[in-house]
Design a binder for this molecule. Structure first.
Ligand code: FO1
Length: 334
């Protein structure tokens, strides 16, 4: 079975770990391709940092800091301390010593002329994540968030409030997404080309999965890469999504702040509506089973517990997504 998944960071990675566990436990031969979001990538201290790709790679490769969900286990921060002593910021994004080695190797490989796909494949030779991990694009795309930037002493009513754009990571980690996003921009997306293998992986899959990743800044950005959305509309594979929203709140992270920024309600059905032009099946939590407005064009909605409390729970959710796909495929082929 060829499975292709679109993934952001922590939620996507935990779902994928469950998926691999489910496939291994059932001894189901499979070939999993993961298309990772790269728009929260950032250059710091001259190093290219790819948080979502690394989160998937470390989680599936057994090197993740489990409680935190990102970064390396048994991490140390000697270099970060030295950088702080030099006053070399930013103070809001800390790179651990072990993690730094990944960014150093990636930056060297990119500097030697490798594409991000090639550099990612090289890093994965060490981690053996058990999936083919593809960046959504080898071209640089960066999410920037437009926030209010009032002049000193400016009070409401003093005229239009100036705005400024900050890198997604600054909004997410320094501002904790607590400052309203006036706009979320994926800078460079119009010119970005899907990385080699991305469109084929969607077209030739037996099942396409959307894990419970952020629908705006993770899945939404991947969908914005020219060609990806069309490939999803045209693939013969059932496309199954897992809701990142349970009972009106994000399972983790601050997806609600991102949804508000694009004028979308924080609900399982509102997120499904964002995918309605290509979604075949939608898995929601039992708490949302009674939502009265299933998106009209999503034919099949199923409910089950969706909290990924541990590996077994994540595996059961992934198994339910595959079962839903199998049911849809069977119905289509009589
Ligand atoms: N998140 C934080 O809240 N603070 C950090 O200092 C931070 C550093 C960091 C370094 C490498 C990495 O791969 C991820 C890191 N994250 C950090 C997580 C990251 O900001 C986000 O959770 C994602 O980009 C959103 O998917």
């Amino acid at each position: 079975m060829r499975i292709t998944a679109l993934a952001g960071g922590i939620g996507g990675a935990r779902f994928l770990r469950g998926l691999l566990h489910h496939l291994n436990a059932r001894e189901l031969p499979s070939d999993v391709t993961v298309i990772g979001n790269t728009a929260d990538d950032i250059t710091l201290h001259g190093l290219r940092v790819c948080p979502d790709l690394d989160t998937v790679m470390y989680t599936l490769g057994g090197g993740i800091h489990n409680d935190q969900g990102w970064g390396r286990e048994d991490e140390e921060f000697t270099v970060a301390g030295e950088l702080a002593a030099y006053g070399s910021g930013p103070g809001w994004f800390t790179l651990g010593d072990r993690d730094l080695a990944t960014h150093i190797v990636r930056t060297r490989l990119l500097g030697e002329g490798m594409t991000l796909s090639e550099a990612t494949a090289t890093l994965c030779e060490r981690w053996r994540p058990g999936v083919r991990l593809l960046p959504m694009s080898d071209d640089r795309v960066e999410t920037h968030v437009v926030v209010d930037d009032p002049a000193d002493g400016q009070v409401p009513g003093d005229g239009p409030i100036p705005t400024r754009a900050v890198h997604f990571q600054e909004w997410w980690t320094r501002l904790h997404a607590s400052v309203p996003a006036r706009q979320i921009l994926a800078v460079g997306i119009e010119a970005a080309r899907p990385a080699p293998g991305v469109l084929e992986a969607i077209r030739e899959a037996d099942v396409v999965l959307l894990p419970p990743s952020n629908p705006v800044v993770s899945i939404g950005t991947i969908l914005g890469v020219p060609g990806v959305r069309d490939a999803l509309r045209n693939t013969a594979a059932p496309v199954i999504g897992v809701s990142p929203i349970i009972a009106g709140a994000p399972v983790r992270g601050m997806a609600d702040a991102c949804l508000t920024a694009i004028g979308v309600e924080t609900s399982a059905s509102a997120v499904a509506a964002l995918y309605a032009d290509f979604l075949s099946g939608w898995l929601v939590d039992e708490a949302d089973a009674g939502e009265v407005s299933p998106p009209e064009r999503v034919p099949v909605v199923r409910s089950r517990p969706l909290l990924m409390t541990d590996l077994d729970a994540s595996a059961a959710i992934a198994g339910a997504a595959l079962d839903l796909a199998a049911g849809i495929r069977q119905a289509a082929h009589g």
